[in-house]
Design a protein around this ligand. Sequence first.
Ligand SMILES: Cc1ncc(COP(=O)(O)O)c(C=O)c1O
Length: 403
Amino acid sequence: MTDLSTLTAEARRRDAADPRFGRPGAYLTSGIAHLNGNSLGPPRASLSGELERAVSKQWARRQVGAWFREGWLDLPRSVGDKLAVLLGAGPGQIVVAGETTSTTLFNVLTAACRLRDDRSVLLAETGAFPTDLYIAASVSTLLGRRLHVVPGTGIETFLREEGHRVAVALLAPVDFRTGERRDVAAATAGCHAAGAVTVWDLSHAAGILPVRLDGDEVDLAVGCGYKYLGGGPGAPAFAYVARRWQSRVDFPLSGWHGHAEPFALRPEFEPASGIDRARTGTPSVLGLLALNHALDPLLDVGTEALYGRNRSLAEFFLDCLEYRNPGLLSHLITPREPERRGGHLAFRVPDADAAAETLRERGVLVDARPPDLLRFAFAPLYVTHEHVVRAASGFCDLLEGLS
Ligand SMILES: Cc1ncc(COP(=O)(O)O)c(C=O)c1O
């Protein structure tokens, strides 16, 4: 950059101002700037020890008894309750059943549709993550409903005109491509006014944005464990069911861990009361322990501070670009106003894969969404303002090389 030393000095000043973030050695970053936490961030340095203890002290020492004596059986609930703090939900409404987000969404979406058997339409956004659309199509076919997919901006209009037919609206607080944010409270209220049940995919919001599931009267929700939550590759997903629905939801995946008395081993299924009925089968304990471990530093800092840091990093990135050449911001497809954004910024470039590779060679990891989308995510705990200068500098060089 023209004046890299000025920006670097400013970055160091900002980083030094709050020691809760960017703690040296807390995450295994290998010196790389990880601007891809909306996909998979680095592990905590203490994770290996945590897993090693689980293997040698819990598994090896207690063997099968660890299910009861080490709290393994309760992990889906206890990790869910921890997550609830980040997501603005009271205890007993979130479970981490050990499934993928796709399976969890299938279970939750089917149950949501069954709550409105009298209505024919399942509503989704064109910009939804593909798995959400695939699952929504499958659920619609299975239940004999009609999937209606409209652009995000068309949801309100559709609800106004056809709302009386809508059983369920599947929505996301953040567009996974553009990073644009949707107002959860307003959209949920709009769906409720039409008599529809809401299912939110929180994958790009959990661990980065302030979410108020209870306060915003969300009905049901799901989300990935491996993005900003940092649970690691293939971390289990979570499901939220508002308490007011818990005695009525009828999940299609009626596995024995969702039974009222799993160890009675009865031949007939009787759903557990409360959120436990969203459980399925034997959960992946090591995956749950890794996610559990990842949540502690997020909880220590709290959602408002996480969000504040995210905004500071993203704004600084945009400031660096503007400082170098305001014209470069024409590549930005995310809204410029911070309150209209999720945790990442998205830019259009001619060849996203090649651009990501160029940045990787300069020690910056970003997400490419071919053919032409580059996403920069600003995870609060391990991305520093100094990383941001490095990323912005590399990206400016790249963009200027295009012209
Ligand atoms: C918004 C959203 N939902 C769902 C998924 C898929 O989740 P899974 O692979 O855990 O099924 C992703 C993956 O990136 C996603 O971004």
